[in-house]
Design a protein around this ligand. Structure first.
Ligand code: NAD
Ligand code: G6P
Ligand code: MN
Length: 450
């Protein structure tokens, strides 16, 4: 059983490989292959991956390659997590909209749309290469962002691809709640959830008969943020430098805004990413156009990893902060276990709606819980959703669909409509200014728009 990781040079690769190695038997994993287009970056990450496999006494063979055939030949699972344009372009995604007074975020608003335009065609290339070389019953489990745009492009351009698009944020929210409440194992929570990627709501969370959303409301009223008390205290003294996922400086604001959103709309628990649409003005006011999350990541997660590699090569020791292992790697590895062994366990995934939300169009890529087995996703159907959530989703879907159409047709007009349609943009004139700056910044990556 061969698992190939596309974007082998990602900062998340070590954590994912650790999760695979810990499930070596369940996955019957014999080989992990790292594939990337940046050989130098991937070779560095591979040093840590090699250490992890040895440390766990794993029998998994490690192959590191930039050759497609070597990467995909007979592979059963392809875990995709590439960042087209790397952090240098993430910085542009975040800073250009901010310069125009709009939300600067890697996956939401204009930044996310720009990242989408870079990723659509490279992702189709991955699908085609995998189709050519991999095992016939392979599955691509895709983390590559922006997952909303990528999944819509898959639906339109490669409807038969064996791909499951996923996101770790819903599970990361459950994990954070577990840490806040202290006595709740997030993996044993039951939940109901609906929406789009980075645009959804938990409508119910239960644990041993307890109403967890109610407890979250109480916690927010008491503590003022959806972070564990010990994080709040620790961070007053010394902000985390990525030792904890989703707990560094810029994520503090994100978890604080969960209270603001819950105070406004207390019924459902929103995905953290909804704040970029619901609180956009406030988010912009609290952003620094000179220092965004991309800078923070480069100065922490990426720096820690590469310094960790150097330190390991000199001393043979791995530092605590060199890489992160947790819910992110476990989620994708557990999903593979469920698919491989046809366990039909429940995971939140992004799939064509096809009536699963009765009052949303069939051709919308929605994020919903599904039972995952060897034939893919059996999405769990839900009742019609309220007008508020439906309206928000439809505006966002329209923006994403226009982007994908614009990319395929090379249409400036459609991409402009996509930007202008986005709820983070207050005026079509601003949409045009941002788009024109984005075209300049993305010359190397975007299809030509006429
Ligand atoms: P990173 O920049 O550290 O790693 C990305 C790697 O992808 C780089 O090594 C780069 O060279 C490689 N790459 C770029 N284009 C490629 C191509 N065409 N083919 C093969 N490899 C290519 O980024 P990161 O912060 O570690 O994140 C990796 C990806 O995972 C990003 O897309 C990020 O948005 C995504 N991510 C998604 C979720 C989710 O919830 N869906 C969660 C975490 C990270
Ligand atoms: C969450 C989201 C991902 C996103 C990540 C960004 O996990 O679900 O889609 O890529 O956050 O994290 P970062 O640490 O890179 O800002
Ligand atoms: Mn995500």
């Amino acid at each position: 059983m061969i698992i190939t990781i596309v974007g082998g040079g990602s900062t998340f690769t070590p954590g994912i490989v650790k999760s695979i190695a810990l499930r070596e038997k369940d996955l019957e994993a014999t080989e992990v292959r790292l594939f990337d287009i940046d050989e130098e970056r991937q070779n560095k990450v591979a040093v840590v991956v090699d250490y992890i496999l040895k440390e766990l006494n794993s029998n998994i063979k490690l192959t590191v390659t930039t050759d497609k055939e070597t990467a995909y030949k007979d592979a059963s699972f392809i875990f995709a997590q590439m960042r087209v344009g790397k952090y240098a372009m993430r910085e542009m995604d975040e800073k250009i909209p901010l310069k125009h007074g709009c939300v600067g975020q890697e996956t939401c608003g204009c930044g996310g749309l720009a990242y989408g335009l870079r990723t659509i065609f490279p992702m189709m290339e991955v699908i085609d290469d995998v189709e050519k070389y991999a095992a016939k019953d392979h599955w691509i489990l895709n983390y590559s962002n922006p997952a909303a745009v990528v999944s819509e492009a898959c639906r339109v351009l490669r409807p038969n691809a064996r791909i499951i698009n996923i996101c770790d944020m819903p599970i990361a929210i459950l994990e954070m709640i577990g840490k806040c409440l202290g006595d709740v194992d997030y993996l044993k929570m039951d939940y109901k959830y609906f929406g789009l990627n980075h645009f959804g709501w938990f409508t119910e969370i239960t644990y041993e008969g307890r109403d967890i959303i109610k407890e979250v409301r109480e916690y927010l009223n008491e503590v003022g943020t959806l972070m564990p008390r010990q994080y709040v205290e620790a961070m007053k003294k010394n902000p985390f430098k990525e030792g904890e996922r989703h707990a560094s400086q810029s994520w503090i604001k994100v978890w604080n805004n969960m209270k603001t959103m819950m105070d406004l709309f207390p019924d459902y628990l929103p995905n953290t990413y909804l704040q970029y649409y619901l609180l956009s003005k406030d988010v912009v006011e609290h952003s620094d156009a000179e220092w965004t999350r991309a800078n923070e990541v480069m100065m922490s997660r990426e720096k820690n990893l590469f310094e960790g590699v150097d330190h390991y090569l000199k001393t043979g020791e791995i530092t605590k902060d060199a890489f992160y292992h947790g819910a992110h790697g476990n989620f994708i590895a557990d999903l593979a276990v469920s698919i491989k062994n046809d366990l039909k366990q429940k995971f939140i995934v992004i799939e064509p709606n096809n009536g699963n939300i009765p009052n949303i169009d069939d051709d919308v890529m929605v994020e919903l819980p599904a039972l995952m087995g060897k034939n893919g996703a059996e999405v769990i159907k839900i009742d019609a959703i309220p007008t508020f959530h439906k309206g928000l989703m439809e505006q966002q879907v329209a923006s994403e669909k226009l982007l994908v159409e614009g990319a395929i047709e090379g249409s400036y007009a459609k991409v402009l409509q996509s930007f202008a349609m986005n709820k983070t943009v207050p005026s079509a004139l601003i949409a045009k200014d941002i788009l024109d700056d984005m075209i300049e910044a993305n010359k190397e990556f975007w299809p030509e728009l006429k």
